[in-house]
Design a protein around this ligand. Structure first.
Ligand code: V47
Ligand code: SF4
Length: 360
C-alpha cells in the first residue's frame, strides 16, 4: 500500500487514524516511515536530543503479583531466595555521591510488598529528599500508587498529594504494559486494571505532577493492541497535556513464565518508535530506552523519531533479570558521543525537560 495519503496528512498536520498507524506498521517502505518520523521529530524538537544523568533504585522486588505478572522476571514472592528488600542504609548508599557526578534524578520503582506499610514507601521518599534536596525523585508507577490507596484508605488524589509533600516530583511511565483488557488479563491477571492506570495519571496531571507513559511490546499482543494502547494515551493527553514522554519497552523473555521466548527485532523496535512519533502527535518527547534495545539501536532510533535516549542509569534490575545484555551503566560522555554521531545535538535535561547544558 502506498504511504502517499498518510504522508499528505502528516505534511498538512492532520491527525492519523488507527488504520493509518497500522498501515505504517505494516508498510514495506521502512525508509519512508523513518523519513516521515524524523521530519516530524525535527519539526517538533529541532536537532536536539535529550539525555539525563540519573540513577535507578528498586527498593524491593518482593511483589504480590510475582505469580500473576507473567512477563516480569524481576519480582519474587516472600519465600523466594532471590527476594530482597533494601534497608535505609542500602538505599542511601545507592544514591550516595550523585551530586558529584552531576546526577539530577532518581527513578524509584519496585514491587508491591505484601507486608510493608505505606509509611515504608513514603519514608524512602522523605529520606532521599532530605539527603538529596536538589535531586528530582521520579517515583512509583500507577500500580504502586493504586496499592497505596488500598494501604491507606485514601483517595488517589490524597496519596499523590501526600507523596508530593514527601518529595515525589513526577511519576514514571511503568505499569502500563498493554491496555487492551483481554491481553492485559493474560499478561498480568488481576493486577491493577487499565482504568486505574489512567485514573492515577489523570489525577497526577490534575495536581500538576507530570508523568511518562510506557508500552510493553513484543510478547502476545497484536499490532492492533499497540495502536489501541497509543490511542488511549493520545486521548488522555488531549485532555490533560500532562504526559512528557512516550517510552516503548521491548519485551525481554528470560526467567519468566510467559510462553514467548523471543526478543524483539531491531526492525520492530525502530518501527515502533517511528509509528509512535507519527501517531502520538500530542506527545513532545519519544524516548528510546537504550537499556532495553542496546546503545547502537537507540542511536539509530534517534533518526526514527526519538528525541530522548534516557539516562546514565548505573544499576538496573528489571531488564537484566529478564535477559538484558546491555551494560547497566553508560557514561555521559558515551551518550553524548552516540547522539553526536547520529548527527544531533546532545542536550542534558532534568526530569521535567528543562535544559541543563548543551553539548556542542
Ligand atoms: O512497568 C517488566 C517493564 C517497566 C519486563 O518513565 C519489562 O522514564 C521488558 O517503566 N521485559 C518498568 N520490560 C520500567 C519503566 C521505565 C523505564 C525507563 C524509563 C521510564 C520512565 C520508565 O518495565 C514495567 C514493565 O512494563 N518490564 N518486565 C520484561 N521482561
Ligand atoms: Fe510486581 Fe511490577 Fe513485576 Fe508485576 S511488573 S510482578 S507489579 S514488580
Amino acid at each position: 500500500m502506498s504511504l502517499a495519503p498518510i504522508r499528505r496528512k502528516i505534511e498538512s498536520g492532520q491527525r492519523l487514524t488507527r488504520e493509518d498507524a497500522l498501515a505504517l506498521y505494516r508498510s514495506e517502505d521502512f525508509f519512508a516511515l523513518a523519513e516521515m518520523a524524523d521530519a516530524v521529530n525535527v519539526r517538533k524538537n529541532g536537532n536536539k536530543v535529550y539525555f539525563n544523568i540519573n540513577r535507578h533504585i528498586n527498593p524491593t522486588n518482593v511483589c504480590v503479583y510475582a505469580k500473576s505478572c507473567q512477563f516480569c522476571s524481576f519480582a519474587a514472592s516472600l519465600k523466594d531466595d532471590h527476594g530482597y528488600t533494601m534497608s535505609d542504609e542500602q538505599i542511601l548508599e545507592a544514591a550516595a555521591g550523585m551530586e558529584a557526578e552531576g546526577a539530577r534524578e532518581i527513578h524509584i520503582v519496585g514491587g508491591i510488598h505484601p507486608r510493608l506499610k505505606y509509611d515504608w514507601y513514603r519514608g524512602i521518599i522523605s529520606m532521599l529528599h532530605e539527603a538529596h534536596p536538589e535531586v528530582h525523585l521520579k517515583a512509583w508507577t500507577a500500580v504502586e500508587i493504586d496499592h497505596f490507596t488500598r494501604l491507606t484508605g485514601w483517595t488517589t488524589e490524597e496519596v499523590l498529594a501526600d507523596m508530593r509533600s514527601a518529595g515525589v516530583g513526577s511519576l514514571p511511565g511503568g505499569g502500563a504494559e498493554i491496555f487492551q483488557e483481554d491481553i492485559r488479563e493474560k499478561l498480568c491477571g488481576h493486577k491493577s486494571w487499565t482504568d486505574r492506570w489512567f485514573e492515577v495519571h489523570k489525577a497526577a496531571h490534575e495536581l500538576g505532577l507530570r508523568s511518562n507513559a510506557t508500552m510493553l511490546y513484543g510478547h502476545i499482543e497484536a499490532l492492533e493492541d499497540r495502536v489501541d494502547h497509543m490511542d488511549r494515551l493520545r486521548t488522555l493527553q488531549d485532555e490533560t497535556g500532562g504526559f512528557q514522554a512516550f517510552i516503548p519497552l521491548a519485551y525481554h523473555p528470560e526467567n519468566n513464565p510467559l510462553p514467548v521466548d523471543t526478543f524483539t527485532t531491531g526492525m520492530d523496535d525502530l518501527r515502533t518508535l517511528a509509528v509512535a512519533r507519527l501517531f502520538l502527535d500530542n506527545f513532545q518527547h519519544v524516548k528510546t530506552y537504550w537499556i532495553m534495545v542496546t546503545e547502537k539501536l537507540s542511536q539509530l532510533g534517534l533518526r526514527f523519531g526519538a528525541n530522548d535516549i534516557d539516562g546514565t542509569v548505573v544499576r538496573e534490575r528489571i531488564t537484566h533479570d529478564a535477559g538484558g545484555t546491555t551494560p547497566e551503566h553508560i557514561r555521559q560522555e558515551e551518550l553524548v558521543r552516540l547522539i553526536k554521531k547520529a548527527g544531533r545535538v546532545p542536550v542534558e535535561r532534568n526530569t521535567v525537560y528543562e535544559e541543563i547544558a548543551l553539548w556542542q
